[in-house]
Design a protein around this ligand. Structure first.
Ligand code: FES
Length: 264
């Protein structure tokens, strides 16, 4: 799914995390050598890197949090992973801040507690980075992959209660095989243009909650990007697993050049 916090389609969070990763590692290395060799220059560098690690980590977390709230599919395996990713990284930053308890404020010389806490913090940063990699490379959070003819990523926010029709697109907006993500309150619906007209289904794969809007639509079917489950967009029936349960479908009609969606 396309990142919400992006610059010209490039997600900002993965760009910024290079800084806290470098500064946390650098702080540990310089403090350790400064402590072992009695080098004030080395431990001063470590101290400044430790501060930079916390600041840049918090800054990098802002676009990450935006994507956590608005992009990671709710009620999915990725949401659980993203929650752990955020908690582990914030804990690592808190540990780096706490490591100053054991540092001499005048000379900036680290104590053994500083080194120990920084080592734990670095370990957590690596664990958090591992989960972040899984979120991108397996769950495709922030990946804006577009198959041939899929058109540009498209989404819209509407207000509407179940049973009421709301306008979600112009009739000529999508071509067959293209999709649009509709946010209706806290629900996410995928509008799909098939060869036979428009159809709509929940944006949640019944396997592990993958976003179908980030998948592929073809021949009246939508394929989940996570493990390939395939659903009929008109009936919601499973056409290929691993999903076993069907997905909810919604009524769609074209009227006066507009596409109207009625939530089930
Ligand atoms: S989440 Fe596994 S196939 Fe969709």
């Amino acid at each position: 799914m396309r990142s919400r916090a992006h610059f010209r389609s490039h997600p900002i969070h993965p760009i910024l995390i290079a800084f806290p990763v470098a500064f946390t590692t650098g702080a540990l290395v310089f403090d350790l050598f400064g402590w072992l060799l009695g080098s004030a220059g080395a431990w001063s560098t470590g101290a400044y890197m430790s501060v930079a690690a916390v600041i840049t980590g918090l800054v990098a977390g802002v676009p990450g949090f935006v994507d956590y709230v608005s992009v990671v599919p709710p009620d999915s395996s990725a949401k659980k992973r993203a929650t752990w990713h955020m908690a582990v990284n914030l804990t690592a930053l808190a540990i780096f801040a706490a490591s100053w308890i054991f540092r001499d404020r005048g000379s900036l010389e680290p104590g053994a507690g500083t080194i120990l806490l920084e080592a734990v913090g670095c370990g957590l940063i690596m664990w958090g980075g591992w989960m972040g990699g899984t979120l991108v490379y397996r769950n495709q959070i922030g990946v804006d992959h577009r198959y041939a003819g899929a058109g540009k990523w498209s989404e819209v926010w509407v207000q509407g209660a179940p049973g009421t029709a709301v306008e979600v697109a112009n009739a000529d907006e999508l071509k067959p095989g293209q999709m649009k993500l509709v946010h209706a309150g806290d629900r996410r619906i995928v509008l799909v243009k098939t060869e036979d007209g428009y159809a709509a289904c929940d944006d949640r794969c019944s396997h592990k909650g993958g976003s179908l809007a980030g998948g592929v639509a073809a021949c009246g079917h939508v394929v989940c990007p996570w493990h390939g489950s395939t659903f009929d967009v008109r009936t919601g029936a499973v056409k290929a697993g691993p999903a076993k349960e069907p997905i909810a479908v919604h009524r769609v009609e074209e009227k006066g050049g507009k596409v109207l969606l009625t939530l089930a």
